[in-house]
Design a protein around this ligand. Structure first.
Ligand code: HEM
Length: 430
């Protein structure tokens, strides 16, 4: 069965269940001539790609991240880029080619991961708990007072954006600017801002962020504080990062750590609302929340797909892939593979969801996984009691316009009984 599939276009649909199943059953190693990408969709093949970083290089992730800046080079865009370069006095091509943790391999990756890992030790993450509880409580206090609220806007966005800003040591008075800058980076990376890059002001936001980060880096070199940037540039440490490396890492955190965590919280709340008897069980027994989080990472992972390119000719699932080809691995499909999980399309918080690849696998396994889990646990612990007797309001929420990230733009609820289930999904493309 020939399947017409392009990972850059077809992973945006509201219901990917049938598409994933058709790919796994009929084209488990699929070649898209249009996108020039091989796509693997079975759990075993996705794991094989992520495990073998010598054959499957993460250099491909650079193209994906940089594609944010690659919009058609019209004279107006060129002028804008030049004024950006002049303003930040930083060569964007050097920045694009600087080592970014997620897109480098081998020893260079291990060395960089050791340095940035200082900010993500179990102890440092556990220390965040009281502060995360305070942020979640502040947000949920507002929800408690409202008849009508939006889980995404009122909790799932503010919690991770505030947490990352604090992790980086951004002062309270710059938080609103920082949120705007983060939003622009995310809009560029997810493609949403590309169409009106000239009008949207995203390049101005990104230059403000660069200038701000440069100030912070210089300040922390002189006067270290208890924040991540100070840890990365601490002159007392053996290995420290240069300015460009720190800026790259901050950009990565904004893209990899904000919207993903937002969608983990939103997708978990959405799945519980779709399964009222499971919601009731969690309301009665909050110790089930970690299981809700793992099952959400399996059932509807916030990051749908990753990319690699081949460093040699290789055979996978009986298909030969030549050296130098891009390979997409479908995290969302691997987690729904019936060869690995029983009744995979059923959301079930009681199941053993271990083995899901929602945070990836191998050398590039998500550096922020413990932080994301802690944020989601804190957010859901505060939110879930408020989900008793609510109903959805407003038009059906649209999905974020991105092939990488999966989640809803809003999740609006009103107090009072009624149907909480999502409206039936649109029919799948296939
Ligand atoms: C639910 C939330 C999150 C999900 C689903 C998620 C998912 C992932 C996945 C699948 C990868 C592997 C990519 C690959 O193999 O190419 C990854 C890598 C990464 N994530 Fe996360 N992530 C989340 C939250 C976070 C947070 C909160 C942070 C930091 C504050 C973070 C930082 C990173 C970094 C730095 C990497 C690159 C690691 C490396 O290349 O060695 N992530 N994430």
């Amino acid at each position: 069965m020939a399947i017409d599939f392009n990972p850059f276009v077809d992973l945006k649909g509201p219901d990917l269940t049938h598409l994933y199943r058709d790919l796994r059953d009929h084209a488990p190693v699929h070649w898209s001539p249009e996108a020039e990408v091989f796509t693997v969709s079975r759990h075993a093949d996705v794991l094989a790609v992520m495990k073998d970083s010598e054959t499957f290089s993460s250099d491909a992730m650079k193209t994906i991240l940089n594609s944010a800046l690659l919009v058609p080079l019209t004279p107006r865009y060129l002028m804008k880029l030049l004024s950006f370069i002049f303003k930040v006095r930083l060569n964007p091509w050097a920045l694009m080619n600087a080592g970014n943790l997620i897109s480098i391999d081998g020893q260079r990756h291990t060395d960089l991961r050791n340095v940035v890992g200082r900010g993500f030790t179990p102890r440092r993450i556990a220390d965040w708990q009281p502060r995360l509880e305070a942020i979640a409580e502040e947000q949920v206090a507002k929800i408690r007072k409202s008849e009508h609220f939006d889980v995404v806007a009122d909790l799932a966005i503010p919690l991770p954006t505030t947490a990352i800003a604090e992790m980086l040591g951004v002062e309270t008075e710059r938080r609103n600017d920082f949120r705007r800058w983060s939003g622009s980076i995310i809009d560029m990376a997810s493609g949403a801002a590309k169409e009106n890059v000239l009008e949207s002001g995203v390049l101005d936001d990104i230059s403000e962020l660069f200038l701000f980060m440069r100030e912070v880096i210089r300040d922390r070199r002189k006067t270290p504080r208890d924040d991540l940037i100070s840890l990365l540039v601490d002159p007392k440490q053996k290995d420290v990062l240069g300015e460009l490396d720190v800026i790259q890492f901050v950009l990565l955190l904004l893209v990899a750590g904000n919207e993903t965590t937002t969608n983990l919280i939103g997708n978990a709340a959405n799945a519980l609302l779709d399964h009222p008897s499971q919601l009731d069980r969690v309301i009665d027994d909050p110790s089930l929340i970690p299981k809700v989080i793992e099952e959400t990472l399996r059932f509807e992972p916030p990051l749908t797909v990753g990319f690699r390119n081949t460093t040699r000719d290789v055979e996978i699932g009986g298909v030969s892939i030549p050296k130098g080809r891009n390979v997409a691995f479908l995290i969302g499909s691997a987690n729904r593979d019936e060869r690995r999980f029983e009744e995979p399309d059923r959301f079930d918080i009681e199941r053993d969801a271990s083995g899901h690849v929602g945070f990836g696998f191998g050398a590039h396994f998500c550096l922020g996984s413990s932080f994301a889990r802690l944020q989601a646990r804190t957010a859901l612990t505060a939110l879930i009691p408020e989900l008793r007797n609510v109903r959805r309001t407003g038009p059906p929420s649209s999905f974020i316009d991105s092939f990488l990230v999966r989640g809803r733009q809003s999740l609006e609820l009103r107090r009072g009984s009624g149907s909480v289930r999502s409206p039936a999904p649109f029919p799948s493309r296939l």
